[in-house]
Ligand binder design. Sequence first.
Ligand code: ADP
Ligand code: MG
Length: 323
Amino acid sequence: QASGIRPGNLEDPEVASLFDSGDPDRIFEELRAIGHGSFGAVFFARNKDTHESVAIKKMSFMGKQAVEKWLDILKEIRFLWNLRHPNIIEYKGCYLKEQTAWLVTEYCLGSASDILHVHKQSGLREPEISAICSGVLQALDHLHSLSRIHRDVKAGNILLSESGAVKLADFGSASLICPAQSFVGTPYWMAPELILAMEEGNYDGKVDVCNLHRTGRGKPPYFSMNAMSALYHIPQNESPSLDPGGRDGWSPTFRNFVATCLLKSPEERPTSQVLLNSHPFLTCGRSPNLILLELITRTKAAVRELDDNLNCRKMKRILLTEE
Ligand code: ADP
Ligand code: MG
């Protein structure tokens, strides 16, 4: 390779230190696919010795762009290995086997996106959205205090644990430096200043705040357009508002929260810390943990009711730990 980087090579001690030794096929058993991503698949598995449930993200660095894939894998591990926070998915190790990295983390029931899918008809309730946003903001506040940026906050990357805790996950797009400049994320969810940073300037953790409004809803604004048009419209137009012409009945507090997260100018948009400490939508009283335990119970009941024909293998996995 021109760069001199050989994917899978562990001669560099810093790189070698990122990986655990041992054959992951001998350490883990009962692998079951539970999610798919750009890189490959995520599996549920159990540690043979401790019987602990884990999630394994298998990331291959074979074939085309092997160097880029390898560097992305190293970046994700470097981001995660020394993070410890109750609202960030817990890192448990990483193994190398046959041109594939196995990134092991604590196991969660599913993502906010999976849960939204189960409650497609009625959607999530405001206290549930508030509880999820509080957890995500705690995680973001921690990341931002370390001058890091997630850059891909969305329902599919927010997980819920069996005990009703919110866990921010998927650091495949994250930045270890702040301010940052590069064009990274998922087009429809990008903050205006991140799109504009292609041409001018840079951005900081406030792009994560902007993305927060995605937590409680299905599709992003501009979803009917192709991604390139959306990239044009996000910085050009006024900020979108909560379900224009859609379901009514949102409280003024929630509408204000969404509008605040979506403030176009990053100078006006509050930081994760300010939002967390002062927005009334997040300081409404009941324990977020209890609200989320109820949401999990409600979701499991809804999954049980689902017609088996309705494609619902994916949703059934929310019940996996009970089976
Ligand atoms: P990608 O970078 O491709 O988006 P993610 O890390 O977001 O990959 O994982 C993809 C999906 O796999 C998630 O949306 C979620 O449904 C599932 N998943 C990932 N990690 C876990 C976990 N620790 N526990 C349970 N499910 C997970
Ligand atoms: Mg993801």
